[in-house]
Design a protein around this ligand. Structure first.
Ligand code: GEM
Ligand code: ZN
Length: 375
């Protein structure tokens, strides 16, 4: 029997793994950070033998409540990721599993590989209306890539979308994949109407280094990028520095920052009600967007979410707050669950890449409904 993680986004520490009934694992911390929660490993073992896998020391993980009612995801072919029986006792997650093949992959959520990221960029550049721009280098020397869809013209709005500031939140890049596929579909009326009104600037992966390193929440230097938007630096947070610099050049009329939430089993958004510059116009725009998305899909809801910020008390180091304030624009943090959408549970797959992609398509319809009202 062997447990390995030496691959893209791999992360596990083997305590012992001799007896299939007594496999003990831990999750490594992000580099230069105390955050840990993302795991991704492969089990090489004898098929049709019952295995008992325990991931320990989770009371110290970034979001311990995220393990309550959490079911791990598993794949044989690295394409279909399904849920398996997992129990949390407050500190240990125990996975009871009988593999049907010699090799089985386990992960916190369906991984989104760097190769798939590069394929997404390549697909985009093949579209007549899209181009890929390298905004600068990350700390490990990867490209920070921006996809521009549509041409800048007088009167067009500037719509920015960033995803995966937190690299373990792979659902964010799955959503962007679905959104982009529809936006680039020349036969899709919603996409065509949107591109008549707006230019899109999309960063599918804000944190490629943390993604490949198998981090939950930080970049190569252990920096949480979603606390860097007040004063980013090339030395610590080049990813944010380069994006904000480009935003300053293009302007921003609407911003969506896509994330995943470890605990809340729902899709929801967090707005800018705590921003000093928040006003009736922005509040009306937020309500219009949420109302439209609620109409488009029952996968979205506005009852469960983060506590509202008190007026003037927003954390302006957080992307959607900082960008909304700086550009006086509609801006949201969009959250998807690591677990499932409790309003529409799917015991076999939970929240999944397919549902992320569909939500990405649905977000475009909500964007179209407010496009003419963006300033
Ligand atoms: C969250 S966003 C922080 C809270 N934001 C608002 N507007 N209440 C983070 O960075 O902690 C996003 C995430 O991690 O998924
Ligand atoms: Zn996040």
């Amino acid at each position: 029997m062997k447990i390995s993680s030496n691959f893209d986004s791999g992360n596990i520490q083997v305590i012992h793994a001799q007896d299939p009934q007594d496999i003990s694992l831990r999750i490594n911390k992000d580099n230069q950070s105390d955050f840990y929660q993302w795991f991704h490993f492969r089990l090489d073992s004898t098929p049709f033998v019952e295995h008992r896998i325990t991931i320990g020391d989770l009371k110290g993980s970034a979001y311990p409540n995220g393990w309550n009612n959490y079911q791990a995801v598993v794949s044989y072919d690295r394409d279909e990721w399904f849920r398996v029986d997992s129990e949390f006792d407050g500190d240990n997650l125990t996975i009871h599993f009988t593999p049907e093949y010699a090799q089985t992959y386990f992960a916190y959520f369906a991984p989104y590989s760097y190769e798939r990221h590069l394929d997404l960029l390549a697909r985009a550049q093949m579209s007549f209306d899209a181009s890929v721009v390298n905004l600068g280098n990350t700390l490990d020397g990867r490209d920070l890539s921006l996809i521009q869809v549509g041409q800048q013209e007088e009167g067009k709005k500037q719509v920015w979308i960033t995803a995966r500031q937190h690299p373990g939140e792979t659902m964010a890049e799955w959503l962007v994949e679905g959104l982009l596929e529809r936006l680039l579909d020349e036969d899709d009326g919603v996409a065509r109407a949107l591109l008549d009104k707006a230019v899109f600037y999309i960063v599918p992966n804000m944190n490629p280094d943390g993604s490949v390193r198998g981090h939950l929440r930080t970049n190569a230097a252990g920096i949480n990028l979603n606390r860097e938007w007040a004063s980013p630096s090339i030395e610590k947070s080049p990813e944010v520095f380069y994006v904000l610099d480009k935003m300053q050049e293009t302007g921003v009329d609407m911003y969506l920052d896509v994330h995943g939430d470890e605990d809340l089993p729902y899709n929801f958004v967090a707005g800018n009600e705590g921003n000093p510059g928040y006003n009736d116009r922005l509040q009306a725009l937020e309500e219009a967007f949420k109302s439209a998305l609620l109409t488009v899909t029952p996968e979205f809801q506005d009852e469960h979410g983060y506590p509202k910020d008190e007026p003037g008390k927003a954390n302006l180091t957080v992307a959607s707050n900082a960008v909304g304030e700086r550009f006086d624009c509609l801006a949201f943090t969009l959250e998807m669950p690591f677990k499932d959408n409790n309003d529409l549970p799917d015991p076999a797959y939970g929240w999944s890449p397919q549902r992320c992609r569909q939500l990405g398509e649905d977000v475009l319809v909500a964007l179209l409904s407010v496009a003419d009202r963006l300033r």
